[in-house]
Design a protein around this ligand. Structure first.
Ligand code: ZN
Length: 292
């Protein structure tokens, strides 16, 4: 036996065993099963002794937590998670070829989280970065890929609502606190009866677009035209969300509803807010680990 190989042999079983665990973790991670990754790591941690292996487990656990936060739209936690990984695991992220991917993910969640409206005369907290809209769409697409169409459609509904909120915000109106006295007189006359005793009003998605239309906004008008059309390409699909088990009913939502609603939102609405949305959507994918 050549001197030095004994050491190699004594480490090899551990290395092989760890590689097998790592492969499984990577597969689960790339399939988006972040909770399974974290549960498995919790089981493994007491049994893994080598410092480099422990470090890899800490890294993939941190990555799973950051991605899970992003995938559930918890931008603050995602922001902190990705920044910590970039700072604390520089060597490992470079070895795995992940540095660019993590920086991209970090930029997206950071951009959205730090764009919340903090204007002194508003301070409503709405993320103003239009990447928020793309992120909702990318998230809906991921849920659809998992066949969770009810969640995907709920996210598309949220996207429609966000577009109205964002548009109204440009006009100085916050949907959770519409100041009727600030509306033009002719519009105010129509909306006043809907407000409370203090002259305040909250508007949901439908009313948001109605208000936009009353303020001569193109998207508001387009929404009402499509929504109230005979054989509307919009109303039945938005209503499907209301009748889904995640909202107020027990009617499951299928792929057909998702695809039709996605098409009308992207063709008629999203493009007005983010003209080059098609080219920019890929930026919102989750990081992937190399499957070697
Ligand atoms: Zn605001």
């Amino acid at each position: 036996m050549i001197s030095g190989t004994e050491r190699l042999l004594s480490f090899q079983p551990l290395e092989l065993l760890f590689r097998r665990h790592w492969r499984t973790l990577v597969q689960l991670f790339n399939a988006g099963h972040f909770a399974s990754v974290l549960n498995r790591i919790e089981d493994l941690q007491p049994r893994v002794v080598r410092p480099d292996h422990r470090r890899r487990l800490d890294f993939i656990a941190g990555l799973a937590r950051a991605c899970e936060a992003w995938d559930t739209l918890r931008y603050e936690a995602a922001c902190q998670g990705f920044q910590r990984l970039i700072k604390e695991f520089r060597g490992l992220t470079q070895d795995l070829g992940l540095h660019g991917d993590l920086q991209r993910a970090s930029d997206v969640v950071h951009g959205i989280w730090h764009s919340r409206c903090k204007k002194s005369d508003c301070n409503c907290g709405l993320p103003l970065d239009t990447r928020t809209a793309l992120d909702l769409l990318a998230n809906a697409d991921r849920r659809a890929a998992e066949h969770r169409y009810d969640v995907a459609v709920a996210l598309l509904y949220r996207l429609m609502e966000y577009i109205a909120q964002r548009r109204l915000h440009d006009l100085g109106i916050r949907t959770d606190d519409v100041r009727l006295e600030r509306l033009p007189e002719d519009v105010r006359a129509k909306w006043e009866p809907r407000g409370d005793a203090d002259g305040r009003l909250k508007v949901g998605m439908l009313q948001g677009y109605e208000l936009l239309a009353d303020l001569s906004d193109d998207l508001g008008r387009k929404f009402l035209e499509l929504y109230w059309a005979v054989a509307s390409p919009l109303r039945p699909y938005l209503e499907s969300r209301n009748m889904s088990p995640l909202a107020h009913g027990f009617q499951p939502v299928g792929q057909d509803v998702f695809e039709k609603l996605r098409a009308v939102i992207t063709d008629e609405f999203l493009g007005k807010l983010v003209p080059d949305w098609r080219n920019r959507l890929a930026v919102h994918r989750l990081p992937r680990l190399p499957e070697a």
